[in-house]
Ligand binder design. Structure first.
Ligand code: FE2
Ligand code: FE2
Length: 147
């Protein structure tokens, strides 16, 4: 459950986002396993939600800017995963704990699959000047205000 050089999409900002996704999955797994600090756990979930929103927007903006030919399909993949994660996070917030244990595994297997199969396809399309380099929090806010 780790980012490897083979997962590099050739852009440091996007690679860093992907690395952080793995770190967040690890935190969620560790804290949950310890049955420990709910504040840490909840803030890791909030960060994951921000990463899903912010990273996807960062990628989508960069792909749209170069008229990436598989843009629509890529967008749909992001959308489906975003809905899935948000549903689990929301249900956990409502006291339903059924799916939360599966969340780290779900994130890691989705990441492995999505980065290697989908993100890798844009490796030679992406242009650095079109990648929004602002800290992810700005993109998360932008994604949320867009709805
Ligand atoms: Fe990605
Ligand atoms: Fe992607």
């Amino acid at each position: 459950m780790e980012w490897t050089e083979a997962m590099s999409v050739g852009n440091d900002v996007l690679d860093d986002d992907h690395k952080t996704f793995f770190d967040l999955a690890k935190i969620i797994l560790d804290v949950d396993a310890d049955n420990g600090n709910t504040i840490v756990f909840q803030s890791a979930l909030n960060m994951l939600a921000d990463y899903v929103n912010g990273h996807f927007l960062r990628e989508e903006k960069a792909l749209r800017a170069v008229n990436y030919p598989h843009f629509d399909a890529h967008l749909q993949k992001h959308k489906a995963f975003r809905q899935h994660v948000m549903k689990i996070v929301q249900e956990y917030g409502e006291g339903k704990n059924d799916d939360i244990r599966n969340l780290p595994g779900l994130v890691v297997s989705w990441l492995n699959q999505h980065i290697l199969a989908e993100d890798m396809q844009y490796k030679f399309w992406i242009k650095e000047k079109f990648v929004d380099k602002r800290p992810l929090a700005f993109l998360a806010v932008e994604a949320e205000t867009k709805g």
